[in-house]
Design a protein. Structure first.
Length: 318
């Protein structure tokens, strides 16, 4: 079906080129004379919305419309409605390509236990990637299942059980210890050192069944966000560079990135839920400006789609 705006343009061309009357042209294309004479009232805010959408999708290439709108509405405080923002989003053709899902017949999985408070259940898992020179490195991700808050990302070429224990101790020092930690059956997690540490701390280690990562779905979904938000977007030259960017991204994730499940960031969700953090030491996030931590607020350079140098080199939005 042709939109009324396109039919109005065809009617105007028919009147200008063929000399038909406005009444007859409107009858041919099925529009009213009011629609024919309508002139859109352009607003300067439309240009501002378009500028924000281009900047967000340029630096956050895997953000769909929902995340862009929640960021503008909840983080920046703009009163624009979702219909207005989505109309400009479609006109700019910023829609992400949707990959068709492969239907797999599987057994009905067991329901994942939902935590009921902060520090009820944490999840931890490893990720792997390579540097620009081909050397591999690992990421240790620690996640609070209740409010979807990332607690720590440790990066190094090797992360044995002692490094995992040290990272857990550093988080417990400012946040408090959890009741349980969910993990897979990797050699670092089933080692005697980590088991003894958990017994000393009176923390229960919940191991998932081998070959069933869906039983640790919270951290697996978080790993996907880490991968598509920045790890697969940039090319890193050293482990230190990865660690610095991971720390900045983690601050952004916990304080500014909206969660579609709650339309709030993890910290705001904690405050609204009424089950806040215990009064402990402040988390060790770097105390620098938001613009350094959040690449999407960097202004684009005039005359092109390049952005400020807020991270390693990257490719365009697919």
């Amino acid at each position: 079906m042709v939109r009324p705006s396109l039919r109005r343009e065809m009617a105007r061309k028919l009147v200008d080129r063929r000399g038909l009357s406005i009444r007859l042209a409107c009858e041919i294309f099925g529009i009213s004379q009011t629609c024919y004479r309508y002139r859109a009232k352009l607003s300067h805010e439309n240009a501002l919305i378009a500028d924000w959408l281009v900047r967000l999708t340029h630096n956050q290439r895997n953000w769909e419309f929902g995340l862009c709108f929640l960021f503008l509405r909840n983080v920046k405080g703009y009163p624009w409605t979702h219909k207005r923002v989505y109309r400009i989003y479609r006109e700019l053709e910023l829609n992400l390509r949707i990959k068709p899902k492969k239907r797999i017949v599987r057994e009905k999985p067991e329901p994942l236990a939902e935590p009921c408070a902060i520090n009820d259940i944490w999840s931890m898992d490893f990720m792997h990637d390579t540097l620009a020179d081909g050397r591999s490195f690992r990421l240790f991700n620690l996640f609070d299942d209740y409010n979807r808050e990332g607690l720590d990302i440790t990066v190094d070429h090797s992360l044995p059980a002692q490094r995992v224990i040290r990272a857990l101790d550093q988080v417990i020092e400012w946040r408090g210890k959890p009741r349980a930690i969910r993990c897979d059956n990797g050699p670092e997690y089933i080692s005697g050192a980590l088991t003894q540490w958990a017994e000393t701390r009176r923390i229960r280690l919940e191991y998932i069944q081998p070959g069933k990562p869906q039983q640790n779905a919270y951290i697996e979904r978080y790993n996907r966000t880490v991968r598509y938000d920045w790890l697969a977007q940039y090319r890193f030259d050293s482990v230190g560079q990865v660690q610095e960017y991971a720390t900045r991204w983690l601050w952004t994730y916990n304080h500014e990135r909206p969660l579609l499940v709650a339309t709030l960031d993890p910290r705001a969700f904690t405050e609204v839920s009424g089950r806040g953090l215990p009064k402990l030491h402040a988390p060790p996030w770097p105390s620098v400006g938001v613009a350094r931590h959040f690449p999407c607020v960097a202004w684009l350079r005039p005359g092109g789609r390049d952005h400020e140098d807020t991270g390693p080199s990257t490719s365009g939005r697919s």
